[in-house]
Design a protein around this ligand. Structure first.
Ligand code: PLP
Length: 510
């Protein structure tokens, strides 16, 4: 006989009833889904009419006015709040006019993968609990390893983004070199001025803030110079230091340049250094036939990071790391916990994602990658990537023809350019120019500073960016230059203090 008291029983049933909204029935699910779906349709169909960037602090303030968790509110009002205070404010990353930083994606099929991953809530951290989910992740990693040219025996992990993927790479490099705290002050890291800051962050987070940093000089196209690298390594050895890690880029966020990876790999191989290649932005261009040459040498990396939420146009939340020596990845991350003892010697075989990553429980990221690839095949992805390369080349030619000074012909899809005014400081003019385009908002452009000079950047990677978007960007830029030339008080130093500083959103993103 069960010995539940009637008081306990009625309390439990009462709580079950109170918690019922968390598990809606089919009819209620239909009603919720219909509203969400209708909004998604409205959002996507209305995207071309939205600005790519909008500054509106008061809209964001409205979020807190709704309160939080106090009582039930109708979905319609919440969707309106998302639309007005979230989706339409700041940068609109799903917009084709996102041409700043390194644009992300947001393909629809991937959002459905996320939906199904969340509804089924597969446990993707451990093979024993989610063997199918882990198989899908493995398949995706195998696919990336194969087009990146990695050998059998390579392994990897689907992380939340390029930064965490980079941290996994750095920790693996640290462990593979057998570095211990007493070695850190002698360990040397080689990078260029254009190495992504997330790698320097990863080194610090990995405990290696004291490591010696060497900035390798660059060639005329701002690419890391292998001869200078070799020279620095020799000097460091002579000093009794311990050369350890070389950070190469397959597409820098600043200028889109690809370091001479093959020649850097030669130096690393000769000197026994760990070669990390940051292909977060550029890696997926390896899917485009004509790009293999540009990325040559990427396949020789010891660790490689690719960002599917950039180059595969996925919604934010997926970065990948590949490690040539799969065992090194496990040696750096595998752990044992007695409460997980059933999961270790599992009949499913093969390592779990948790054994090659700092994460245990994680989102089933594989589905958002797998679903679109199986639904469409690779071809539309290749086409979209090649279109972006062509658009960047087209912009490079056209912006030069408008009278802008342009950076080098883009090997991938980032173009740097600036306007040199007839008189006055070019940096002040270009800073005002980027602010002017933010106020316009039809497209979103960003800037960078290269060796002390202010440049505008155009980064073509949003999947909704097409020929008409580039023509629009050219129009926005030409009009903005005309306005600033006509109103020098807007950018000349004596007047610039009055310019609204907040117009330059700056900062964030790749
Ligand atoms: C975006 C980017 C990163 C960082 O990746 P996140 O996904 O933003 O964490 C690193 N390197 C390059 C070249 C990038 O473009």
């Amino acid at each position: 006989m069960r010995s539940i008291s009637s008081r306990q029983r009625s309390r439990i049933l009462e709580l079950e009833e109170d918690a019922r909204p968390l598990d809606p029935d089919a009819g209620e699910r239909d009603r919720l889904m219909a509203e969400v779906h209708a909004y998604a349709q409205r959002f996507l169909d209305g995207l071309p009419e939205r600005p790519a960037y909008r500054h509106d602090k008061s809209a964001v303030r409205e979020i807190r006015k709704l309160g939080f968790g106090r009582g039930p509110q109708p979905l319609a009002g919440l969707i309106d709040r998302i639309d007005e205070s979230v989706a339409g404010v700041g940068l609109v990353p799903s917009h084709g006019g996102h041409l700043g930083y390194i644009p992300g994606g947001g393909i629809y099929a991937s959002s459905l993968g996320d939906y199904l991953a969340a509804v089924t809530n597969e446990y993707a951290g451990v093979r024993f609990t989610g063997p199918g989910a882990v198989e899908i992740e493995d398949l995706i990693l195998d696919w990336m390893a194969s087009f990146a040219g990695f050998p059998a025996g390579a392994d990897g992990n689907l992380a939340s983004g390029g930064s965490i993927a980079s941290l996994i790479a750095v920790v693996t490099a640290r462990e593979a070199a057998g570095l211990r705290a007493r070695d850190y002050e002698r360990a040397v890291v080689y990078s260029s001025a254009h190495t992504h800051h997330c790698l320097h962050k990863a080194i610090r987070v990995a405990g290696l803030a004291e490591a010696v940093r060497r900035e390798v000089s660059r060639d005329g196209d701002l690419r890391l110079c292998p001869d200078s690298l070799a020279k620095l390594v020799a000097e460091d050895r002579a000093r009794g230091l311990r050369p350890w890690l070389v950070l190469g880029s397959a597409g820098t966020a600043d200028t889109g340049q690809v370091d001479p990876l093959d020649r850097i790999a030669d130096v690393c191989e000769r000197e026994g250094l760990w070669f990390h290649v940051d292909a977060a932005y550029g890696g997926f261009f390896a899917l485009v036939e004509g790009c293999r040459r540009v990325l040559a040498g990427m396949e020789r990396a010891d660790s490689l990071v690719l960002d599917p939420h950039k180059g595969m146009f996925l919604p934010y939340g997926t970065g990948a790391v590949l490690i040539r020596d799969g065992e090194a990845l496990q040696d750096a991350h595998a752990y044992y916990a007695s409460y997980l003892q059933d999961t270790v010697e599992s009949e499913w075989g093969g390592r779990s994602p948790a054994a090659v990553s700092p994460e245990l429980t994680k989102h089933f990221r594989g589905l958002r990658v797998w679903l679109p690839l199986l639904l469409y095949g690779e071809a539309p992805f290749r086409a979209c990537l090649e279109e972006k390369l062509e658009l960047a080349r087209y912009f490079h030619g056209e912006i030069g023809a408008l009278g802008f000074e342009v950076g080098p012909e883009p090997p991938l899809s980032v173009v740097t350019y600036r306007w040199v005014p007839k008189s006055g400081t070019a940096d002040a003019f270009n800073q005002a120019l980027v602010e002017e385009t933010h106020r316009d908002g039809r497209v979103f452009l960003s800037s960078t500073t290269i060796d002390g000079t202010f440049w505008l950047r155009m980064a073509v990677l949003a999947f909704r960016t097409h020929l008409d978007t580039i023509d629009l960007a050219l129009e926005v830029l030409a009009e903005a230059v005309e306005r600033l030339e006509a109103h020098p008080e807007r950018w000349r130093s004596e007047a610039s203090a009055e310019a609204p500083a907040e117009a330059l959103a700056g900062g964030g993103g790749g």
